[in-house]
Design a protein. Structure first.
Length: 170
């Protein structure tokens, strides 16, 4: 594969992964806003409504009891944190995604640092609850970070070559 073709492939994969990060950021912003706007009592009422029939049949139903417990716990202590966490996380990612898609040099190292911190936090969360989704998300983040690193190296080398050729023509 030629260097130009390899760079093009890297760029396409980079762009797709960053767009996926952007879509995730938008979902986090919407989710955070909804978590802040929907009163906790509405979440508890919805969970009660959804589990009422099942708990009438089987008061020990695993899914229904856990959904109801989660809703009650979320309403009591997680509502504000979840909303603010998702909203801030989504906004930070959105700013980085826009910077990356606009080819801003500051966005590459900033994204590597921020996504690296997100990975550390996800690994910490995994130690608490062993959710396999966190492993998948972390692996995706590593791929995105690798693509950002590669694209950053390519962009820097192109800019250095352009600056060198520009200074030689003067």
């Amino acid at each position: 594969m030629t260097t130009a073709r390899a760079e093009r492939t890297t760029y396409e994969l980079f762009r797709i992964s960053v767009l996926l990060k952007g879509a995730n950021a938008l979902l986090e912003i919407v989710g955070g806003a909804l978590a802040l706007l929907i009163p906790p009592s509405a979440i508890t009422a919805l969970a009660s409504y959804l589990t009422q029939g099942e708990l009438t049949e089987d008061p020990n139903d695993f899914i229904a009891t856990h959904l109801l417990a989660w809703a009650n716990s979320f309403a009591v202590r997680g509502h504000l944190f979840a909303g603010l966490y998702l909203l801030s996380h989504g906004i930070v990612k959105s700013v980085l995604v826009v910077g990356l898609l606009r080819n801003r040099l500051w966005a590459y190292p900033a994204s590597l640092v921020v996504f690296g911190l997100f990975v550390l936090y996800q690994m910490y969360l995994y130690t608490l609850n062993h959710a396999s989704l966190l492993i998948a998300l972390t692996l995706f983040d590593f791929v995105v970070m690798w693509l950002i690193w590669r694209e950053y190296a390519i962009v820097r080398s192109h800019r250095a070559a352009a600056e060198k050729s520009g200074s030689e023509s003067i």
